[in-house]
Design a protein around this ligand. Structure first.
Ligand code: PRX
Length: 649
């Protein structure tokens, strides 16, 4: 018997959503499919504060994407911060916009819409005075402090393009992003605080910029007030930048397709690419999806416990909630600090109605037992969300039964950095859920399952997940490399956006995401490329060759499995493993770690020298029984050795 959960009455009752029930969903879905341009023009006109409202819908198509990016609302003009801040002042000036929970439980700050507007204006004015201009790139390398959101919005206020780099990335990674984006400005803080540990953000920036000459100013917010060296002429304190500035700084009005931000994300090959989101379409899509998925209500407190360094933080901590005039929580700490009850302790104190987190954290917390949850009052919660990786049915049920006590609907939201916002998900008051399924597409999203040779699968089927028609929130290009954008996403299946994910569709039309089918590994919801790991491993002198794949990990979803060929005479063992993981930390970041090493005499390669990753994946997954055809290998004997020496947790 299928495990179907109807929407609890408490979640359904009183929904203000334009899509409050299944009949309306079907109607609106069909309307959006019949006339996407009309649909989205209507959505944006209703929801977004345009300086000059658009009359144009879509230009371009997936078929013509090689000729140039698609555009949405191209003749419209706006500034995203007007939608997020200014227009709320009259009706929501005293409403809390950002509700911050610091690393220590109960360390809270509240910024009302009026205060946030003023702070954004002050920083925008300060940046303006330093010389930041429309179109300039600004790297933001910060922890989860309100000033990180302020920095993003201040850039947007000026039409500058922010690129937030997650505070766990290494100096090398920061440098790569500064170089690729040609950023002239960096906003950072003295130290980050996470789980009682200090993260030397400013020191990492100093290291990243050592020998670099393109960055004009580094603006340093003081979080811990530790003494940090300030480079003469380059470094300025945030406090000094905003001091004495006016609490009203005019927004720079930009065309709809002006880039709002660049966010670097890992792919199958090479270095992370700078995914570009533009202003009008993105803000429209995040505002819309945030409301209809979570069924946002005026008194909601929305707690997304992601980091602003990832797309989830951009879309559903900052831009979506603020565009909708919601109270958005920013959480500086980790789910296990000071103990595994932290989320629920915070829920009891801050009383969020919507809680949005990652399956990894839920699995880790479920493993600690229910006492940490039950100790706290979670009665404020109405909607529970998950994002970033497939959620296994056990973790889903724990979330539903234990955390939500069966009173909340779960929205398992599937999307990607590139999609800008949620694409496949239950709508909280509408969709009956099945544990592990992201359920149905949002209006305007048309999923298609492809066979590897490009045939569309109809009805219940399994295949490669593509999206068939453009929507406003999708990424437009890769910064400085449109060709890479085209070849990454539009080359596999002509005329379709290929997501890199596999999916199943059941008889009810529900989608079940099965995970990446490419060389992207999703570790604890952090997206990483095998190529990045491999180049870190081979940077170690003792390593001759390396190949990395993902394998199922009980807590992290996927772990990293590395096959390593050492230089002649080098002893395998822990010291060399430590060296290799040190290289991952230095070259990628603190969150990058190989879980299992297998030392092998050689990699399985075809006669043309291509590593047969399929074999490596199967062995790492503990499923070496059906390796398929290995006769094209240059040395089929290596497979036996690999199978025999396979590692597991
Ligand atoms: O594999 C899918 C997985 O995360 C990938 C996107 O990662 P990223 O760009 O870092 O964005 C994460 C936050 C949106 C996808 O290709 N993924 C994301 N959400 C889900 C998911 N897999 C299964 N179910 C989800 N709900």
């Amino acid at each position: 018997m299928a495990d179907i959960h109807p929407v609890p009455e408490r979640v359904r009752a009183g929904s203000p959503s334009p899509i409050p029930d299944m009949d309306r969903y079907r109607e609106i879905y069909a309307a959006a499919q019949n006339d996407p341009e009309g649909f989205w023009l209507e959505v944006t006109r209703q929801r977004i504060a345009w300086d000059k409202p658009p009359t144009m819908g879509l230009t371009g198509s997936y078929h013509e994407i090689a000729q140039g990016p698609i555009t949405w609302f191209a003749d419209g003009e706006l500034n995203a911060t007007v939608s997020c801040l200014d227009r709320h002042l009259a009706t929501r000036g005293d409403k809390v916009a950002i509700l911050w929970e610091g690393d220590e439980p109960g360390d809270n700050r509240r910024l009302t819409y009026r205060e946030l507007h003023a702070e954004v204006c002050r920083l925008a004015a300060g940046l303006d005075a330093l010389g930041v201009q429309k179109g300039d790139r600004v790297i933001i390398y910060m922890g989860m402090v309100p000033e990180a959101a302020v920095a993003m919005l201040a850039c947007a206020r000026l039409g500058a393009i922010h690129s937030v780099v997650f505070g766990g990335f290494s100096a090398e990674s920061v440098r790569d992003r500064v170089r690729d984006s040609l950023a002239e400005w960096v906003i950072t803080q003295d130290e980050g605080l996470r789980g009682g540990r200090k993260i030397p953000l400013k020191a990492v920036v100093d290291q990243a910029l050592d020998g670099e000459h393109g960055v004009k100013k580094v603006i340093v917010h003081q979080r811990t007030h530790v003494d940090v060296p300030m480079k003469e002429g380059r470094d300025v304190f945030y406090q000094d930048v905003v001091a004495g500035r006016d609490a009203a700084h005019p927004p720079t009005i930009v065309p709809a397709e002006h880039p709002l931000y660049i966010l670097y994300t890992s792919g199958s090959t090479g270095k992370p690419k700078g995914v570009v989101h533009t202003t009008g379409g993105y803000i429209t899509y995040v505002a819309y999806s945030h409301q209809v998925v979570f069924d946002l209500r005026e008194d909601d407190v929305f707690a997304c416990v992601a980091d602003v360094g990832w797309v989830t933080g951009h879309s559903y901590i900052v831009y979506g909630p603020l565009a909708n005039g919601a109270t958005t929580v920013m959480f500086e700490s980790v789910p296990t600090y000071p103990d595994p009850g932290r989320y629920w302790d915070m829920v009891q104190r801050l009383r969020p109605t919507i809680f949005y987190g990652a399956p990894t954290a839920l699995r880790a917390l479920a493993a600690q037992g229910d006492t940490y949850v039950k100790k706290y009052d979670r009665s404020s919660l109405r909607v529970l969300g998950t994002v970033g990786e497939p959620i296994n049915p056990d973790a889903w049920r724990w979330y539903y039964d234990v955390v939500g006590e069966g009173r909340c609907n779960i929205v398992d939201t599937w999307w990607q950095t590139e999609t800008g916002g949620i694409c496949i998900s239950p709508l909280a008051p509408v969709t009956a859920t099945k544990p592990g399924s992201a359920t149905l597409p949002l209006p305007g999203i048309v999923p298609v399952l492809m066979s590897p040779d490009g045939h569309i699968q109809r009805g219940p089927a399994e295949g490669l997940l593509c999206l068939a028609v453009p929507w406003p929130g999708q990424a437009r290009t890769v910064w400085g490399d449109h060709e890479r954008f085209v070849s990454t996403y539009f080359q596999h299946f002509k005329g379709y956006y290929f997501t890199g994910d596999g999916s199943r569709r059941d008889k009810d039309g529900y989608y079940w995401i099965t995970g990446r089918v490419d060389d992207v590994i999703n570790v604890a919801g952090h997206r990483m490329g095998t190529a990045e790991f491999e180049s870190a491993l081979v940077s170690v002198d003792e390593v001759a060759e390396a190949a990395c794949v993902g394998f199922p990990h009980p807590i992290k979803g996927q772990g990293v499995y590395a096959y390593v060929v050492l230089q002649p005479g080098v002893e395998p063992g822990e010291p060399i493993e430590k060296l290799m993981n040190g290289a991952c930390r230095t070259l990628i970041g603190a969150h990058a770690k190989v879980d299992l090493f297998q030392f092998v005499p050689g990699l399985p390669k075809t006669r043309s020298g291509k590593v047969m990753r399929r074999i490596l994946r199967k062995v790492a997954e503990g499923d070496p029984s059906n390796l398929g055809d290995v006769t094209t290998l240059a040395d089929p004997g290596v497979v036996d050795v690999i199978v025999k020496g396979a590692k597991s947790l």
